[in-house]
Ligand binder design. Structure first.
Ligand code: COA
Length: 325
């Protein structure tokens, strides 16, 4: 099996900043409620740009960071819950924009765990020698599938994209990786597609394509599965929590992260947080965070970090990385 490592990261978020007080002019909410319940202060919202455009900009930043030619990419995966279209895939649209003409392209739907699922798939392709260079993107324009009259969801999410490039390498940077799913919890966080409507359909169940959520159930799922994911990747490697410099969690809610820190008996400071500035950008939260950490110089050669996520599906996952740039 080949070794795999991350050779570049990049991100992009729309310029338009929407603060909690901006939202209080749209729905019955307040900065105090949103800040105290979630830790979110502001989020980025597109003024018309779609998911493929955000994804392509994040991808080009990662390509620059990795110093590769887009033609070297032989697999391009976009993790998204908010694709531009049913077909073509967002990955194919990104391929055309960035000129990754030699890539096989497809999307992954694992909601907020999507980037970790994408890293897992990409890692297996490189390990087995099927691909050498893989671009994994997490990208979302959630603002187009939110119900802007539902204060219990519209205040939580934002738009953005992040990307990482995996490559075959001499030393191994993906030390252990894990994904899981629990379809029994599908109802707790969902966004239906279109209604089945054809000349033969009997019971037409009119669907509304907006996000709805049982916040309390998702909260319970998150605080249960994040420690499981962290333990799993530690057990599958030679490391303990003390060897880990940073945990990069899915950025949904500060209270979830504080619960997990308490459960694991570790400091909040071990978690990299930027949800105050972006809100929950679903599949994009982890790669945006990773890119910010790299650009801020927080990651040094040899550092061990854990990425850990959870989301609709329900899905969850984690990866233990040795930073080898
Ligand atoms: N502004 C003001 N009030 C709001 C509000 C908002 N944006 N959203 C909900 N409320 C109100 C509710 O209507 C309710 O009022 P009531 O008591 O009069 O009925 C009250 O606040 C409490 O609502 P509740 O849903 O019990 O709040 P909570 O403390 O459970 O917090 C979440 C809600 C969503 C912040 C919390 O459940 C959570 O973080 N869940 C996890 C969500 C998540 O991470 N999702 C992403 C998964 S990838």
């Amino acid at each position: 099996m080949n070794n795999v490592k991350i050779i570049g990261v990049g991100s992009y978020a729309p310029e338009r900043i929407v603060t909690n007080s901006d939202l209080s002019e749209i729905v019955d909410t307040s900065d105090e409620w949103i800040s105290s319940r979630t830790g979110i202060k502001e989020r980025r919202i597109t003024e018309g740009e779609d998911t493929s455009s955000l994804a392509a900009k994040a991808a080009l930043n990662a390509i620059k960071d990795a110093n590769i030619n887009p033609l070297e990419i032989d697999l391009l995966i976009v993790a998204t819950t908010s694709p531009d279209s049913f077909t073509p895939s967002t990955a194919c649209l990104v391929q055309a924009i960035i000129g990754a003409d030699n890539a096989t392209c497809f999307d992954i739907g694992a909601a907020c765990s999507g980037f970790i699922y994408g890293l897992n798939v990409g890692t297996q392709f490189v390990k087995t020698g099927v691909a050498k260079t893989v671009l994994v993107i997490g990208a979302e324009v959630l603002s187009k599938i939110l119900d802007w009259e539902d204060r219990s969801t519209c205040v939580l999410f934002g738009d953005g994209a992040g990307a990482a490039i995996l490559s075959k390498s001499e030393t191994n940077g993906i030390l252990s990786i894990f994904t899981g799913s629990d379809g029994k919890g599908a109802e707790f966080l969902k966004c239906p597609a279109v209604t089945v409507k054809n000349p033969f359909a009997s019971n037409i169940d009119k669907k509304s394509s907006v996000v709805s959520m049982n916040g309390k159930e998702v909260f319970k799922f998150a605080v249960k599965t994040m420690p499981i994911g962290i333990d799993k990747v530690l057990k599958d490697s030679a490391y303990t929590i003390d060897d880990i410099k940073y945990i990069v969690p899915h950025q949904a809610n500060m209270r979830i992260i504080e619960h997990v820190a308490k459960k694991l008996g570790i400091d909040n400071e071990k978690f990299f947080i930027n949800l105050d500035r972006y809100g929950n950008t679903s599949a994009a939260t982890i790669p945006i965070a990773l890119d910010e950490m790299a650009k801020q110089g927080l990651l040094k050669n040899g550092d061990k970090i854990i990425l850990v996520g959870f989301g609709g599906g329900l899905t969850f996952g984690s990866v233990l990385i040795e930073w080898l740039i």
